[in-house]
Design a protein around this ligand. Sequence first.
Ligand code: 5GP
Length: 225
Amino acid sequence: MSKPRTSPEVGADGVAEPQPGLLIVMTGPSGVGKSTVLRGLLGSDARLALSVSHTTRPPRPGEREGVDYYYVDDDTFGAMVAAEAFAEWAPVHARRYGTSKAEIARLRAAGRDIVLDIDVQGAEQLRSVYPDAVSIFILPPSITALEARLRGRKTEDEAQLAIRLARSEAEIACAGTYQYLIVNDDVAQAVADFAAIIRAERRRCHRQLPLMERLLRETEQRPKP
Ligand code: 5GP
């Protein structure tokens, strides 16, 4: 009978060694369904954690402090920028959003793979600071579908809607520089594609050095014939 896997180092997908955590930068135009895809993904992968950003925008109905965002006023955000507390930050849709260095450190210390849902400007900054980051761009099946989704969720007034739609074209023009493109036409398919990318990234040789080192140590320690 095979022994149950009880080691805390064994992840849900059977990886047997501690590995340096993944930093997964996910971006895409507003309304493309990034949060929906993430919800599907986070529910099925215990090693994955969402980085919670700071924002100066007010909470939407149902959003929770520390879960969806850390909601701060302009002065607090400005003080954090001055103190270099952000790994990246950007003005988005007339508000400011940022990923704090403390948030990344907290999740890294907990041994989690981190996924960041951030805009194109922030993604650029993070990709230059962390060249090993995995970059994924979520695309809509069409621009018409994107506009319909944005209008359908009814969370923005007309002015905010116009800002978001105007930005989406410039954002989509950057998609070609990302490592992976996922089209969010069918959410279940988009989640499956995302999970497949993460699974493959965890299998990259350079992320499995602890496993290689252990096997080589074992080889060295074995009595030679
Ligand atoms: P929303 O207001 O719809 O939650 O987010 C608006 C946009 O801000 C989304 O495209 C989202 O990816 C982006 N965003 C959220 N958090 C951050 C962050 O920490 N940094 C940056 N640069 N963008 C963010």
